[in-house]
Design a protein around this ligand. Structure first.
Ligand code: GLA
Length: 404
């Protein structure tokens, strides 16, 4: 749906002209399950966006519609639900809740959302709807919230309202991603660097079409296991606050102090943090073969040590091996289904797409979806907006300027 189609549909539903705010999904190149351990990640925004069309209301009601779902929600902003409704609107209501918690009084609004990010594929459709909603509501608000706080606000919405204990990566890159670049993020300080991705390689994202039912519970369990590792290790090394602070030497020297499963989880995180920084260096040096090797190592570690892969992801990863133009690939996102990400020479993407799909379908009888992506821009106003959200490379992160 084009933005003018969305604007037309909005006008039909709400009899007002909207402004449209858009935020993308993401693919993570490397650095999995490191964000909630205060570690490093290297994601890119991709060109699937969620658009939030918005207009102000004179009362304190929040009316939410979606182009994909028939239900309409009409809330009184003074009496918002206190917990999730198990519906698509949870992410939006969560953002309102988080904004109000942060001291920002939201004004009444009509919102119509349209999502392009495949749902349940591990490409962060939830971060995209959160960020688009936050920007839409902030554009109506008289109160200034520094935009560098938007990723944290959206994360809070998802952690505390929706109930998923996700890290900061998805919301951050959805806000600050930049065309042609991956974003090397330090999830503790939130300092970041943009890492150029050569124009002649594509990020080929292969959707297994599998979403494991218990992934939410398993995700939270992995977090608890990491926290248990930190508790045990901090008895030996009092300075340790998160797995980010643990070195390989410290971990291997005290392997006996940890139950075997906890040791495996910790080892993945500690080594993955090193791989992320190494991958950023290799991208800068133009050594794509070395990046590819790090991606393969990451996949093995997620499969064997962190145990968040599944048969379909392993089959999809294996189906890419040996194809011309392929540098390396791995599962991406939380795991237990979803997608793999593959670094592929642009000139070979069509053969790659065909061969991987054939190989995967032969083994699983599932027909995959394959998206050929390039690193895209993060969130911003697109249509008819007076408010511009711009990403800057300063440690300050996001700045906002009004152009009237
Ligand atoms: C999900 C979460 C992220 C991150 C990844 C795993 O995508 O939303 O915060 O933890 O899993 O790397």
């Amino acid at each position: 749906m084009s933005s003018s189609d969305l604007a037309n549909r909005f006008e039909k539903e709400f009899h007002a002209k909207p402004e449209i705010f858009s935020a993308p999904g993401r693919v993570n190149l490397i650095g999995e399950h490191t964000d909630y351990n205060d570690g490093f990640v290297l994601p890119s925004a991709i060109g699937f966006y969620t658009h939030a069309a918005v207009s102000p209301r004179s009362d304190r009601r929040l009316v939410l519609r979606s182009t994909e779902f028939a239900d309409v929600f009409d809330f009184d902003l003074n009496h918002l639900p206190l917990r999730r409704l198990d519906s698509w609107c949870d992410y939006m209501v969560g953002v309102v809740w988080a904004l109000e918690q942060a001291g920002c009084r939201c004004s009444g609004a009509n919102l119509l959302v349209h999502g392009e990010v495949p749902i349940g594929a591990g490409l962060s459709s939830s971060a995209a709807i959160e960020v688009a909603t936050a920007l839409a509501l902030l554009s109506l608000s008289q109160e200034e919230i520094p935009l560098r706080e938007v990723p944290r606000l959206c994360q809070k919405a998802e952690n505390e309202f929706v109930g998923a204990r996700v890290g900061i990566m998805d919301q951050f890159v959805s806000c600050l991603g930049k065309e042609g670049h991956a974003l090397l993020l330090d999830c503790r300080s939130l300092n970041f660097e943009l890492v150029p991705i050569p124009a002649d390689v594509k990020l080929v994202v292969c959707n297994t079409m599998v979403k494991h039912e218990h992934s939410g519970g398993e995700y939270n369990r992995r977090r608890e296991q990491c926290e248990q590792g930190v508790r045990l290790l901090s008895k030996l090394f009092p300075g340790i606050k998160a797995l980010r602070d643990v070195s390989t030497d410290q971990l291997t020297a005290h392997a006996d102090a940890l139950p075997p499963v906890i040791y495996s989880r910790c080892r993945h995180v500690v080594e993955e943090n090193q791989r992320v920084q190494e991958a950023a260096r290799c991208f800068r040096a133009g050594d794509l073969a070395a990046v590819g090797k790090l991606m393969r190592d990451s996949h093995r570690s997620l499969r064997d040590l962190y145990e968040v892969s599944c048969r379909e992801l392993d089959v999809m990863v294996a189906a890419a091996e040996g194809l011309p133009g392929f540098y390396g690939g791995r599962m991406t996102g939380g795991g237990f289904g979803g997608c793999t990400v593959n670094l592929v020479a642009a000139s070979h993407t069509e053969t790659f797409r065909r061969e991987v799909a054939l190989g995967y379908e032969r083994e699983t009888s599932i027909s995959p979806e394959i998206y050929i992506c390039s690193p895209a821009n993060g969130a911003g106003a697109s249509v008819g907006s007076k408010v511009r959200f711009t990403a800057s490379e300063t440690p300050e992160g996001i700045t906002r300027s009004k152009s009237n």
